[in-house]
Design a protein around this ligand. Structure first.
Ligand code: GTP
Ligand code: MG
Length: 250
């Protein structure tokens, strides 16, 4: 198994669509999910680097595991549901303190998922041109004929729900996250770059979210590699006496 160079963690209340976002990004699909138990781990190759992405459970009963998953994280995605104001409030009340174990230079993204439910623009993935990428080959949702929700658990028709969280509220939360972390807003990444609205259902903005974060964690990878070169880890299993015998520790 490849060794991850860096860790990205996705946090947020149950049902906001964390697992669906990861399926959409890693498998290019929106498929049925079951509420996550504990956590799950995905490995993504990004250029020459391996990035581990940790999906966490939003259910209260797994809350204690959150800070363990965040340990050493280079990026944390704080996810809410744009049609559920409480899911934004929960990020601050329940999830932010879990990031105390993340890296000191960890970056934070605030992500409002299920944008397709309230915003007609999110009925389609962001056009590849807008993301500055080569066109992709995965199926696109035709604009004239939106596909019905793939999940039977999601009976709400697209674009029909009122949006409960605006971009300004997400940006205000981002500012409070920086303050909580003791970071200076002026020297940190700006809110308009770190707040996203996405739809795991249509793929809207999903690539942009993950790929922006992956680019931003590259300095963290390089720093870690430099540190490892300066003080390489000694594997005691590999150490043998000149006679060929392995040296015991006592
Ligand atoms: N319309 C719409 N429904 C979504 C979207 N993302 C997820 N859902 C639905 O929301 C429900 C919950 O999705 P999950 O991905 O399991 O949510 P989760 O955040 O991983 O939940 P936990 O694992 O319990 O923490 C499912 O019924 C999904 O089909 C989206 O972008 N749009
Ligand atoms: Mg889940």
């Amino acid at each position: 198994m490849k060794k991850p160079d860096v860790k990205v963690v996705i946090l947020g209340d149950m049902n906001v669509g964390k697992t669906s976002l990861l399926h959409r990004y890693t498998e290019r699909k929106f498929r049925d999910t079951v509420s996550t138990v504990g956590g799950a781990f995905y490995l993504k190759q990004w250029g020459p680097y391996n990035i581990s992405i940790w999906d966490t459970a939003g259910r209260e009963q797994f809350h204690g595991l959150g800070s363990m998953y965040c340990r050493g994280a280079a990026a944390v995605i704080l996810t809410y549901d744009v049609t559920n104001w409480q899911s934004l409030a929960e990020l601050e009340e329940r999830f932010l303190s879990l990031t105390d174990t993340a890296n000191h230079d960890c970056i934070y993204a605030i992500v409002g998922n299920k944008a397709d439910l309230s915003d007609p623009r999110a009925q389609l993935p962001v056009a590849p041109d807008d993301q500055g990428e080569e066109p992709r080959t995965e199926p696109q949702v035709p604009s004239a004929c939106p596909t019905p929700p793939a999940s039977p658990v999601s009976p709400v028709s697209p674009g029909s729900l009122p949006k409960q969280v605006g971009r300004d509220e997400a940006a205000a939360l981002y500012a409070r996250v920086l303050r909580y972390k003791g970071l200076d807003e002026k020297s940190s990444l700006p809110a308009d770059r770190m707040c996203f609205e996405t739809s795991a259902r249509t793929g809207y903005n999903v690539d942009a979210l993950f790929e922006t974060l992956f680019d931003l964690v590259l300095p963290s990878i390089l720093r870690k590699r430099n540190e490892n070169q300066r003080s390489p880890t000694v594997d005691l299993e590999d150490y043998r006496e000149p006679t060929g015998k392995r040296r015991g520790c006592c």
